[in-house]
Design a protein around this ligand. Structure first.
Ligand SMILES: Nc1ncnc2c1ncn2[C@@H]1O[C@H](COP(=O)(O)OP(=O)(O)OP(=O)(O)O)[C@@H](O)[C@H]1O
Length: 231
């Protein structure tokens, strides 16, 4: 058995991943031999100082940036070997992205935001948008547009939208950056619940140490390396 068994039931597996930016004298190592396994249903938090490589980690795990070396798998999909076209399909069906402030489309109602991920191609077994809005506590606001929602509500819609295709992996970038303490707790508790209930491997980058108790595991990124978090 290898140190990192890869099965179709695994969420995210990264092995020996290195990513550098620039060249010559100005080479920056954003990811330095990073290995990481995130199991289905696990909520992992990644903390660390600015410039440590957290965004780079999300970009590589999400198939947005190809690493210089190493393996990256989401379920059975090999993100390093995949063509650009295959990567786009993997991103669309297997990976959900949640951004700092929800990143909603201004003109669309909440329920239409959720239908959006289904409009770019076939999705095998999509969630029902109204049912999912109900699950995240937003059913009564289904017809509202983003400007009629609070920051926490926008974030809930953003999370629901990311779950529409039943992704295997959810990548979450600073979800509480624009929220007060109470709303931050609610949003991260929601992420934990969704991860656990639906078996979604979830990686959340955060600066917010107050929400870490909702997470199953916390790692610290430091100079491109992932280390155990010491509180
Ligand atoms: N496109 C790029 N070109 C050159 N260097 C880059 C590029 N993107 C990131 N870097 C560098 O790679 C390193 C890691 O950056 P990254 O954005 O992953 O850090 P981060 O931990 O997400 O930081 P923050 O918390 O500020 O968002 C930094 O030194 C950064 O300057």
């Amino acid at each position: 058995m290898t140190a990192h068994p890869v099965t179709t039931t695994t969420g995210l597996v990264m092995v020996g991943v290195t990513l550098t930016h620039g060249d010559g004298d100005s080479v920056v190592t954003a990811l330095d031999d990073v290995s990481l396994t995130v199991e289905p249903g696990e909520l992992l938090a990644v903390v660390g100082p600015s410039g440590a490589g957290k965004s780079s980690l999300l970009a590589v795990a999400g198939g947005l940036t190809r690493p210089d070396s190493g393996q990256v798998r989401v379920g059975a999909a090999d993100l390093v070997a995949a063509s650009r076209r295959q990567l786009a399909a993997i991103r669309r069906t297997e990976i959900g992205f949640v951004f700092q402030s929800g990143n909603l489309v201004p003109a669309l109602t909440a329920v239409d935001q959720l239908r959006l991920p289904l409009q770019f191609g076939k999705v095998a077994d999509p969630r029902d948008p109204m049912e999912l809005l109900e699950e995240v506590g937003m059913a009564e606001r289904a017809k509202r547009r983003p400007h009629q929602l609070s920051g926490g509500e926008r974030q809930r819609v953003g999370i629901a939208r990311a779950l529409m295709t039943r992704p295997r992996l959810l990548l979450v970038d600073e979800p509480t950056a624009a929220l007060d303490r109470a709303r931050s707790q609610e949003v991260v508790a929601l992420l934990a619940r969704e991860a656990h209930q639906h078996g979604v491997a979830t990686v959340m980058v955060t600066h917010d140490h107050d929400v870490l108790h909702h997470c199953d595991r916390v790692l610290e990124m430091m100079d491109g390396q992932l280390l155990p978090h010491t509180a």
